[in-house]
Design a protein around this ligand. Structure first.
Ligand code: HEC
Length: 112
């Protein structure tokens, strides 16, 4: 009986930890995600590589452009790509919702 209680307690703790790590985006390594999945087109400096610019990337360091786009638009674009631009790959299948949300402040930081 007692061991059952301990097992259920451990289970609760484990579930809590898992849930916790999903809620707090701080655990997500946006630098690695950016380097592995985004820098190819957007460049380490956010301005866009020559390949990226050919595809139609915007300059992430451009404050005016940043101000013209909302966080929701960013999340939507990263998740679904741009239906009018085939060169923009949707990341909805490659990154979790939390990872995509965590990329928004990372992209914003280029214009700071
Ligand atoms: C294959 C090249 C490519 C890769 C890889 C890529 N992007 Fe993009 N990205 C683009 C292009 C092209 C656009 C411009 C899309 C448009 O507005 O037509 C864009 C636009 C964006 C925008 C602006 C969206 C908007 O609504 O204005 C954000 C934010 C963005 N990318 C983030 C990312 C992140 C984060 C990653 C990595 C997870 C990534 N991109 C990977 C090509 C790429």
């Amino acid at each position: 009986m007692r061991s059952k209680v301990i097992v259920s307690l451990l289970f609760l703790v484990a579930t809590f930890c898992l849930g916790f790590s999903n809620v707090y985006a701080d655990d997500i390594d946006t630098t690695t995600i950016y380097a592995e999945k985004c820098a190819l087109c957007h460049g380490g400096d956010g301005k866009g590589t020559s390949t990226g610019i050919d595809f139609g990337t915007k300059d992430f360091t451009d404050k005016e452009w940043q101000a013209s786009r909302t966080d929701d638009e960013f999340v939507n674009s990263i998740t679904h790509g741009n239906p009018e631009n085939d060169n923009y790959i949707p990341f909805g299948d490659m990154l979790s919702e939390d990872e995509i949300k965590a990329m928004v402040p990372h992209v914003r930081a280029f214009a700071h």
